[in-house]
Design a protein around this ligand. Sequence first.
Ligand code: FES
Length: 163
Amino acid sequence: MTRTSPAAEFDSESIERLDQIIASHLHREGPLLPILHDIQAEWGMVPDDAQPIIAKALNLTRAEVYGVVSFYHDFRDHPTGTHVLRLCRAESCISMGADDLADQVCRALGIGWHETTPDGRLTLEPVFCLGLCACGPSAEFDGKLVGRANLAKVTRFVQEARA
Ligand code: FES
């Protein structure tokens, strides 16, 4: 398993950028989630180093910030590969064969959940409903929804990404 990618270097420049993101949401009633979304958009993850800074700015405990990051499946506290494949793990897709698809994809890629291929190109993540329940099993590749996903479709996306 490899969890490398353009990992965030949390230097003084990063802290300055983080401060800007936090400041841009402080006027909101619930600033934590939009701050976390912007941080993930900036660094591809919510770096551990950012969490105490966010906590201090919002007058929260580090545990409270960590609790939110770990509760929402959309937030990552680890870097991803260049491409991200997400397979739906929610009930409707499970009833349409999502477990089998996940097994096949894991075997084909040689990685498990939250892992990245050794070339650093692809990370596999679970997701709990993509809003495409009628077309399960559903997947998402780099933000693009894939309905009635099967190994052939997923493999095609992966191969195109690696080309
Ligand atoms: S349950 Fe899979 S998209 Fe909704």
